[in-house]
Design a protein around this ligand. Structure first.
Ligand SMILES: *Cc1c(COP(=O)(O)O)cnc(C)c1O
Length: 416
């Protein structure tokens, strides 16, 4: 029977016990068994996240006049991002609830700018095939068209393949730093130059890399430029709730020049409630993600992030070396940071994934090419060897074919 509201009240202990019982089937992220969805940075970071969230649990960032501390924290986080992405004083932006909202706001800003300044009627988005589905969702919701830049066999997106798709209707061109499927940075310099020549804004989706690539660069690992140092880059999305190690619900969308924010904000006053303004999509806005993001940035500082990135990259290098040492699996493409897609020319890699799932590992699965998708956090350093030995065992003992589809988010097939 479907659940209804209990007739009688309960106790805190009983409610918590029930929830803990429900959690027993959840992925064991505390033991680093999840290669995605969770970004663990250790006990000290966890402590500051809990403390910051608790401190601000009931506050509401919708009204900064009542809670000026939340205004200050958001201003600081945005300013830190502007500096980190080399946008300086020219860059500005807003905190959002996550990558999807940051991307939505970047597309909305570009659409409204093109309509206001270039007389574009409808608008079109030009995105690599490896771009996150959040761009397609934004195009749907904002009622504009979109087109994919094809992916070549080497799993790279080429600027020259994007060039013919840029036209008068294009409101925004996009590149990833890195892209989600293969962890590779697109040729941002070349792509943004093409967009700039045509007066088209260029967005870098650094939801994954925004709070990781700056540290990877400081570690001396060679990377192509991807941020506001690249001429033509006009906006960047970067998730604090991924490699920033904040709690879920924290991201930034950054614009250069920051005056483009005028196309992002919303303001309305013609109702009895007074002037209603928002910088991004949310109305009532939870304070804990803002506070936890501010807290972890200040707890770790550059020193802490570089150290954690070093741990992560060491784990990734060990993972890749371990995979490359096995003749029947390989890494797809050439990942620039801590995202690794593992494929096989011998085995059904998704069936191998099933065998790994049976051992308690969680990861996403991809098709085209088929792969299991791993995103490493600092705490994975402790379990890489165990994973590699489980992978070897799964390769040697797995069923013929997988019955599970490649999935990323929620299963909505029964509703669609
Ligand atoms: C995670 C991610 C997104 C979407 O962000 P959410 O926080 O899940 O909404 C977009 N782009 C990339 C590259 C991502 O990794």
């Amino acid at each position: 029977m479907a659940r209804t509201l209990p007739k009688t009240s309960s106790t805190v202990d009983a409610v918590m016990d029930d929830m803990r019982a429900m959690q027993t089937r959840d992925g064991n992220y505390r033991a680093s068994r999840t290669w995605g969805l969770i970004y663990n940075a250790g006990p000290e970071v966890d402590a500051v996240l809990h403390a910051a969230a608790d401190l601000t649990l009931k506050e509401n960032a919708l009204n900064p006049f009542v809670f000026p501390s939340l205004k200050d924290m958001q201003r600081d986080v945005v300013s830190i991002a502007a500096d980190l992405f080399h946008g300086g004083e020219e860059a500005g932006g807003a905190m959002t609830s996550g990558g999807t909202e940051s991307i939505f706001m970047a597309v909305k800003t570009a659409r409204d700018k093109a309509r206001a300044e270039r007389g574009v009627k409808r608008g079109k988005l030009v995105i690599p095939r490896t771009s996150h589905p959040a761009f397609i969702k934004a195009a749907h919701l904002l009622d504009i068209d979109w087109v994919h830049v094809p992916l070549r066999e080497d799993l790279r997106t080429y600027a020259e393949d994007m060039a013919p798709l840029l036209d008068d209707e294009t409101v925004l061109a996009v590149g990833g730093a890195p892209n989600y499927p293969f962890g590779m940075i697109d040729p941002i310099t070349e792509m943004a130059a093409l967009a700039m020549e045509r007066n088209i804004p260029f967005h870098v989706d650094a939801c994954l890399g925004g709070f990781m690539l700056p540290w990877v660069e400081r570690l001396g690992i060679e990377l192509p430029l991807w941020d506001f140092r690249v001429p033509g880059v006009t906006s960047i999305s970067a998730d604090l709730h991924k490699y920033g190690f904040a709690i879920k619900g924290a991201s930034v969308v950054m614009h250069k020049p920051k005056t483009n924010m005028r196309y992002q904000v919303f303001q309305f006053g013609d109702w009895p409630g007074g002037i209603y303004g928002t910088q991004a999509f949310q109305g009532t806005k939870p304070a804990p993600p803002i506070a936890a993001a501010w807290a972890v940035l200040h707890l770790l500082g550059e020193e802490g992030y570089v150290k954690l990135a070093g741990q992560t990259m060491e784990a990734v290098q060990r993972l890749i070396a371990g995979v490359n040492a096995m003749p029947d699996v390989h890494v797809w493409g050439e990942p620039n940071m801590s995202v690794v897609a593992i494929g096989s020319r011998v085995h059904d890699i998704l069936a191998v994934g099933d065998a790994l799932n049976a051992k308690g590992w969680h990861f996403d699965r991809q098709e085209g090419p088929a792969s299991i998708h791993l995103m490493a956090s600092p705490t994975h350093a402790a379990i890489v060897d165990e994973f590699l030995s489980d992978l070897r065992e799964a390769l040697d003992n797995h069923a013929g074919a997988s019955t599970k589809a490649a999935t990323y988010g929620d299963d909505v097939s029964k509703l669609a």
